[in-house]
Design a protein. Sequence first.
Length: 214
Amino acid sequence: MKLIFLGPPGAGKGTQAAVISKRFGIAHISTGDILRENVSKKTDLGIQAQKYMEAGQLVPDDVIVAMVESRLQEKDCQEGFILDGFPRTVVQAEALDKLLEKLDIELDGIIYFDVPDEVVVKRLSGRRICKSCGAIYNIHSQPPKKDGVCDLCGGELYQRSDDEESVVMNRLKVYKELTAPLISYYEKSDKFIKVDASRDSSVVVEAIVEAVRK
Ligand code: AP5
């Protein structure tokens, strides 16, 4: 199963990718997670990316495309993968088309997470993430059993710095300007699947799996 997850910040891409990648034994490639790991390790890539991420801007296309090109050739992608948060500009989508052709990979679905702005803003304000295992929670909709503690590994939960309200507004603006045009880029493909992602998580996951199976 080879999928692209496309949608606004806070749409639930990471939440659903974690469930589906585990269920089908495929790789979850989150460009945001790869960048955050590089920021925390203070690598050259992380130092370069940090200022864009903190401002809610996109990291330059050439940096991201090179990162994905190398990740897609790792062994765990052979059985399948979910690209979560990539592509995010038309330039990235065109580069991905070329890359898939070069690597002889055919996509099974481009899943568009359709969610209104007000839902996204509420979800992001309540998001908490485990520092140790990366599990995603929400204080409104998916709270941990114990405040601030991960149910799965007991790790400490934190709030992403780019989930601060003013940065969220900028991320939404950037999404509309640069990423939303990808809906028309992919809409004409028979692999394009629009999912109402404002519903409960368990409903959304089954809707995605069912649509891809069909
Ligand atoms: P990235 O990490 O990719 O952030 P994003 O796309 O803005 O997406 P999010 O992770 O915020 O949201 P999500 O859709 O995964 O939602 P989640 O499942 O967590 O990127 C961060 C930054 O990195 C970018 O701003 C940019 O600077 C850079 N970057 C990354 N990729 C790039 C690229 N390709 N090019 C250039 N720059 C790039 O869910 C959100 C919350 O909602 C959670 O609390 C969750 O529990 C809750 N929730 C989820 N689903 C539901 C549901 N159905 N019902 C109720 N609550 C739900």
